[in-house]
Design a protein around this ligand. Structure first.
Ligand code: PLP
Length: 390
């Protein structure tokens, strides 16, 4: 792995660019706000670590009260387990038998859970768990409106029954093999609906479907211990539902430019931008400037980054009136509107459009304490699960 772009103790001004920078004070405030929200609502919090892919951050979340973290991929779970995370839920389906065998091995080392949405997936998982002699929790995923993975709510009972039928107990009466843990009910498409009333309506529908799935499970004579789901755009509604017991929000910790476009729900906790790409003006025209960060430094699937004006206080910080244009792999083209054209060598802070795939482009986080203007590098954290796609 290449050397990081900064060392502990460096001034933020000296961090080489383009660099992925965490404003640690802002991140800690976000961490505490979500932990406090979950505590106050009596909800379990299992933040999504697909967003940060970092063992250090996952452990900070657990230290603040999270029960563990979610990931989306087996290799992410392996990387975070290696980094010392002890409780991981893969909120996604795994169907390949070679991966299932790895899953069964991982389940011997940590508390592990996985989602299922097919009889084939359940049967294959049961087989590898039996061979390996390991135990894990299984959530039946239902489709609550995204049209992605998940069975129809009415089919949840039959699939839960299939899971339970593979379970066994050991000599002490403890369940072994597959333990039915409840329902996975995540509505991805609802997260970025801009209007809070539309997000609330989408989750209201999801809650109705989750209730129907619970009934289908109860009718099969099975207890449904938990409904898990929710993201940064909607968690206040899942928390108010009386049906969901666990929140999986992830992006709240960093807050990307796409989430900044959501109009907030009334009384929802407010989160700050805490993840930035530090870039530098490397070329300048009369009416434009070019920075050294293109879409190899930040993802553009959810829109281009926005330029951040970092003032000495929160009141003097905010989005600059400068348009970021896509200059290709390695360049960003800044066209100022009312703000001035930055000078050659100037630092330009970018808030990425989408944090998850931006993080996946970098080896390290440069972690800054004391703000983006005069702060100091407090740590450099590896992006442990970078490139873990399988
Ligand atoms: C299953 C699942 N749960 C939770 C989340 C967290 O969403 P967010 O990062 O928007 O809070 C995601 C994100 O894609 C997800 O796929």
């Amino acid at each position: 792995m290449r050397a990081p772009l900064a060392c502990v103790g460096d001034l933020v001004a000296d961090v080489l660019t383009p660099a992925l920078v965490i404003d640690l004070d802002a991140m800690e405030r976000n961490l505490a706000r979500m932990a406090e929200f979950a505590r106050a609502k009596g909800m379990r919090l299992r933040p999504h670590a697909k967003m940060h892919k970092s063992g250090v951050i996952a452990k900070l979340q657990v230290a603040a009260g999270a029960v563990g973290v979610c990931v989306q991929k087996l290799s992410e779970a392996e990387a975070l387990a290696e980094a010392g995370v002890a409780d991981i839920y893969i909120s996604n389906e795994v169907i390949d038998v070679r991966k299932l065998a790895r899953l069964a091995e991982l389940a011997k080392r940590i508390h592990l859970a996985v989602a299922v949405d097919s009889v084939l997936g359940v049967d294959r998982l049961a087989e590898v768990l039996k061979t390996a002699g390991s135990t894990l929790d299984v959530f039946v995923e239902i489709d609550v409106g995204q049209g992605r993975c998940g069975v129809a709510p009415a089919a949840a009972g039959a699939l839960a029954h299939r899971v339970v039928s593979h379970g066994a107990t050991d000599a002490t009466g403890q369940p072994t093999g597959m333990r039915f843990a409840g329902l996975q009910a995540y509505h991805g498409r609802a997260q970025h609906l801009r209007d809070p009333a539309e997000r609330e309506a989408a989750i209201h529908h999801a809650v109705t479907l989750a209730r129907a799935a619970q009934s289908s499970i109860t009718s099969a004579g099975i207890h449904c211990p938990l409904v898990t789901g929710a993201g940064t755009g909607t968690f206040v509604h899942e928390a108010a539902s009386g049906v969901y017991g666990e929140l999986q929000a992830g992006s709240y910790l960093f807050m990307d430019a796409d989430y900044a476009q959501n109009r907030p729900a009334p009384h929802a906790p407010v989160f700050e931008h805490a993840l930035f790409v530090k870039s530098q003006v490397m070329s300048r025209g009369v009416a434009h400037a070019v920075v050294d960060a293109g879409h190899k430094s930040h993802a553009i699937d959810s829109g281009l980054p926005r330029v951040w004006r970092s003032g000495p206080s929160a009141a003097s910080s905010g989005f600059a009136d400068i348009e970021f244009g896509n200059g290709g792999d390695e360049h960003g083209i800044l066209t100022p509107r009312s703000d001035a054209v930055p000078a050659l060598g100037d630092t330009v802070w970018l808030v990425p459009g989408h944090c998850d795939p931006t993080v996946n482009l970098h080896d390290h986080y440069v972690v800054v304490r004391g703000g983006l203007n005069a702060g100091v590098v407090e740590a450099v954290w590896p992006v442990d699960a970078r490139g873990c796609l399988d």
